[in-house]
Design a protein around this ligand. Structure first.
Ligand SMILES: O=P(O)(O)OC[C@H]1O[C@H](O[C@H]2O[C@H](CO)[C@@H](O)[C@H](O)[C@H]2O)[C@H](O)[C@@H](O)[C@@H]1O
Length: 352
């Protein structure tokens, strides 16, 4: 992922056409490389690596342990959904981050006479979290719900996966797609993919001896999955990833749901991707457009934050456990996401 050539290009658009992107402000057309150091969204492991290696590995290990707490799963998606109501911590959290289903009337009341734009994360939002990332398929009913939503509202998928891969799962041409946490709508160098292959190969080599560890090339980002790795080996995974990254000072690592996500050290995230899409699609009129962003992971917090800062639209966190979040509302799992999308369509049909 060589970032030295910073001329932006739009990569193989599935749904966004180049003319749409003309006339954007120049600041949206550039990547900026951040200096070394820690950031709240992740760790830059390019600077003073040897001295801080132990801190990094331990920090990463703590993040790995706290990620994706296992919790009851969802009946509609073949999972067990019992006893949530009895959890006082969850109920207290729901008071701060209420259900988007229970608050549906308020949400649509604020959207009266305005245009809603829908942004959806993929894993854990449209598909349930599963052990094998290649099997995170979307159910036909969920696909129908997303297709219907896209009939009435501009709808985009914003995923950590590569754009092609998420398109293979979603299979809906009527949507907009942003892959690699939004980097796959705009890339800064033609040889990103080549470099991402290099780091993928190195990561594959080092984790090959660790049972359950897998590596996924997401074009501009690379995921190292530890969901199926014994917890005693997590520290080793963190250490090996950090060691590989010593040779790639322009990459950093962040932690998602049982996944270490290796990505370029650039000032670009899902929040920036949402702003970019709103601009590109002519939807950045905050008086008249209500963006709704639904996601389940830390990387989605960047998008929630953008909506909060713009003071327009709603972030909706998909979670079955209380979490620190910038989202306004919550949904428990993908089946509730589907219900919410169906509510939106029904409301729109009756309000026209
Ligand atoms: O932004 P997203 O669309 O949520 O992508 C984030 C990561 O999602 C995938 O990993 C997650 O889902 C897998 C399948 O359910 C699960 O096995 C894994 O533990 C989760 O972290 C994807 O495979 C990653 O590459 C994405 O970075």
């Amino acid at each position: 992922m060589d970032l030295s050539n910073s001329s932006p290009v739009i990569t193989d658009p599935v749904a966004i056409s180049q003319p749409l992107l003309g006339g954007l402000p120049s600041n949206l057309m550039q990547f900026s490389v951040m200096p070394g150091g820690y950031s709240s969204s992740g760790m830059n492991v390019g600077v003073s690596r040897l001295k801080i290696e132990e801190v990094l590995v331990n920090g990463l290990l703590d993040a790995m342990k706290s990620s994706s707490p296992r919790r009851r799963l969802n009946v509609a998606f073949g999972e067990d959904n019992s006893s949530e109501e009895e959890d006082p911590a969850y109920s207290a959290w729901m008071a701060k981050c209420p259900s988007a289903l229970a608050s549906f009337k308020q949400i649509v009341a604020s959207a009266q006479g305005k245009k809603i734009a829908v942004f959806l994360d993929y894993d854990g939002t449209l598909s349930p979290i599963v052990d094998d990332p290649d099997k995170a398929v979307m159910s036909p009913v969920m696909r129908a719900a997303v297709r219907n939503v896209a009939k009435y509202f501009p709808t985009a998928i914003v995923s950590g996966r590569s754009r092609n891969k998420v398109f293979e799962f979603v299979k809906l041409k009527e949507l907009y797609y942003a892959g690699s946490h939004g980097m796959d709508i705009m890339a800064s160098s033609a040889n990103h993919e080549h470099s991402s292959e290099k780091v993928t190969n190195s990561l594959l080599q080092v984790v090959s001896g660790i049972e359950g560890a897998t590596v996924e090339n997401n074009k501009f980002c690379v995921s190292v999955h530890y969901r199926n790795v014994a917890e005693k080996d997590w520290k080793l995974v963190a250490r090996l990833v950090n060691e590989v990254l010593e040779a790639f000072p322009r990459l950093k690592v962040t932690n998602g749901r049982m996944v270490l996500e290796v990505r370029p050290v650039i000032d670009w995230d899902k929040g920036k991707a949402v702003e970019f899409l709103l601009q590109s699609l002519g939807l950045d009129d905050s008086e008249n457009v209500i963006p709704i962003y639904i996601g389940d992971d830390r990387t989605d917090e960047d998008a929630f934050k953008v909506l909060r800062q713009r003071n327009c639209g709603y972030g909706i966190l998909v979670s079955q456990v209380p979490k620190e979040t910038e989202a306004f509302y919550s949904l428990r799992d993908p089946s509730e996401v589907m219900e919410f999308l169906n509510f939106l369509v029904r409301w729109k049909k009756h309000s026209v």
